[in-house]
Design a protein around this ligand. Structure first.
Ligand code: FAD
Length: 545
């Protein structure tokens, strides 16, 4: 039984090594067109800046190490140029010798990944991209030649663009990040990603949003609105597209997203040909239909699953959630499942809550704010998505929430999660438990809330806005039109509020919750502004960009 694998990184290598562990007698051949196999593409931006200084740390395996441990026949510098499904052969070009050869297979695995999207603008050939170690070598050499006085422009503020911008700034390079959309990292809701983009700017990255690149000249990037940015080095990081030309030429079915179609056993429309990774579209856990989710976890797990399928095990891919995390200059932002804008786009009913607890107990030194947004079904409370941003503790909260979503839990269930606690790591009521308490109050009508984007309409409809923070906090900045009645004085002002429709707000929503309960106890129609002033301010700052 011979298995040929095209592409020797995340999906391809997971399939190869798992298959060997399951079948000692299988013949396994891997063709990889780049000079390296099993390289750490997620580490490439950090290699550019020498955060990862040792190039060999990026090369997790070599053909020799893979032969020694797994008896894999790995051929780097070999590009597969054709698949013939009828003859069950692949045609291979040796990029060193230009020799062409043909190889038969019983099972074929396509793990060709994704390639950088190419902008169709004049001068795009000058723009560097970052896909593999060869690209990283080229980028590093050019950036170092240009020196710290150089000016760089990064087109596209997705994950790779933001990571590149951070690492260029670490080198002292004057870096401008150009984003077509209104915010960086389009997977996130604007108010959630704002702290990260503000932090990028505070650390010297020049951010231009709502901008379309029009042309790249020898010295500049020209935007569609006529702005010209001097650029000694230009990077294009405007997303990736499935690298499936081979599969397309072989007549394999593509899905509506442009990714390769596969069934739950990762089989393509030809049952002898499997595929996984960025070349393939995934079934989505929370929205109907398929999606492109080019992430390393999914590539690895689906590659592993292919080996199980080839070995005859009963197996089926679980749909994708899309859990992502990124950090820049010490601020992390993470998302799992649906953002609010994705829920709106898919027409999925949802309730959103915001909270801003400390990463660990406030009395223990070093606690940082971790801002969370959690989405759940307004009828059942089933968790639909979560986002987090902050300097500490974002990763573990989003990972807990990703696990909870995967388990089909409700927002009420978050109240009962027993999470490890000591003051340096968390709080007796962890932010996750807090999300449960807030969600429970909202879901069951204890504390009616509104979102920052619903506030203008509520005020236009005649609600009055009461800021229940202290006078001092209020003086440092409040929402226009708010009257200040500190929560501790609220019971002395009931006469002014009886008969009114009220929105209460505070710093993060907690005192607003108490105020809501006081006013409700006196028969006043009141809603709490979710996430308070902190969420509202982030949203306004994001809108002002
Ligand atoms: P790849 O890992 O891209 O491997 C595909 C391989 O196939 C390539 O080596 C290519 O040379 C080879 N190939 C293609 N065509 C042929 C052919 N015809 N013949 C022979 N070989 C061929 N994901 C995360 O989850 N977190 C991160 O932090 C993260 N950071 C990233 C940073 C960068 C700079 C990049 C580029 C990606 C990052 N990703 C990240 C995405 C992640 O690396 C991919 O989702 C994952 O590697 C996809 O695995 P894959 O096996 O499908 O494709």
């Amino acid at each position: 039984m011979k298995t040929v694998i095209i592409g020797g990184v995340a999906a391809g290598m997971s399939a190869a090594t798992r298959l060997r562990r399951l079948k000692e007698d299988a013949e396994i051949v891997v063709f990889e067109m780049s000079p390296n196999v099993s390289y750490a593409n997620c580490g490439l931006p950090y290699f550019v800046s020498d955060v990862i200084s040792n190039r060999s740390d990026l090369l997790l395996q070599t053909p020799t190490s893979l032969y020694n441990r797994f008896r894999l026949d790995v051929r780097v510098g070999h590009k597969v140029t054709k698949i013939d499904p009828a003859a069950k052969t692949v045609t291979v070009l040796n990029l060193d010798t230009q020799e062409v050869s043909e190889h038969g297979y019983d099972n074929l695995v396509i793990a060709t990944g994704a390639k950088p999207r190419r902008l169709d603008i004049p001068g795009i050939d000058r723009a560097l991209t970052l896909r593999d170690v060869v690209d990283a070598d080229r980028v590093k050499a050019l950036v170092h030649d240009a020196g710290p006085q150089a000016k760089a422009v990064v087109l596209g503020a997705g994950f790779i663009g933001v990571e590149l911008a951070e690492n260029l700034a670490h080198l002292g390079v004057d870096t401008t990040l150009v984003q077509r959309g209104a915010s960086i990292l389009s997977q996130f809701d604007a108010e959630m990603v704002e702290p990260l983009q503000a932090h990028l700017v505070a650390n010297g990255v020049k951010l231009i949003t709502n901008a379309t690149p029009h042309e790249i000249t020898d010295t500049e990037v020209v935007l569609a609105d006529g702005r010209r940015i001097h650029a000694d080095v230009v990077f294009s990081a405007t997303g990736v597209v499935p690298d499936n030309a081979l599969a397309k030429d072989a007549g394999l079915k593509l899905g509506p997203t442009g990714g390769l179609w596969v069934n739950e056993r990762q089989q393509t429309s030809d049952p002898s040909i499997y595929a996984a990774g960025d070349a393939v579209e995934k079934q989505s856990e929370l929205t109907p239909g398929a999606a492109l989710v080019p992430l390393a976890n999914l590539a690895n797990r689906h590659g592993r699953l292919i080996a199980d399928a080839i070995a005859g095990k009963a197996t089926a891919a679980h749909p994708a959630l899309g859990s992502i995390i990124i950090g820049a200059f010490g601020v992390g932002a993470a998302i799992t499942g649906l953002s609010e804008k994705a829920a709106v786009k898919a027409g999925i009913a949802h309730t959103a809550i915001h909270l801003h607890p400390g990463s660990h107990a406030g009395y223990y030194p070093g606690a940082k704010r971790v801002s969370l947004k959690v989405l759940f079904d307004p009828e059942t409370g089933r968790l639909l998505g979560a986002q987090g941003v902050g300097m500490d503790g974002v990763d573990k909260r989003i990972d807990v929430l990703a696990t909870a979503i995967r388990a089909g839990m409700t927002v009420d269930d978050l109240m009962d999660l027993e999470l490890a606690y000591s003051p340096q790591y968390g709080s007796a009521k962890d932010p996750i438990n807090h999300a449960g308490y807030i969600g429970n109050n909202v879901l069951h009508g204890t504390t009616p809330t509104i979102q920052w984007h619903e506030l203008p309409q509520a005020l236009a409809n005649g609600r009055i806005l009461v800021d229940v923070r202290t006078e001092k906090e209020n003086g440092a900045g409040t929402i226009p039109g708010a009257i200040n009645i500190p929560v501790d004085a609220l019971r002395d002002h009931l006469e002014e509020l009886v008969g009114q429709q009220v929105v209460v707000t505070c710093q993060v929503g907690q005192r607003g919750h108490t105020a809501t309960q006081i006013l409700r106890g006196h028969g006043i129609d009141v809603v709490n502004l979710s996430g308070g002033y902190v969420t509202w301010k982030s949203a306004q700052d994001a809108l002002a960009r």
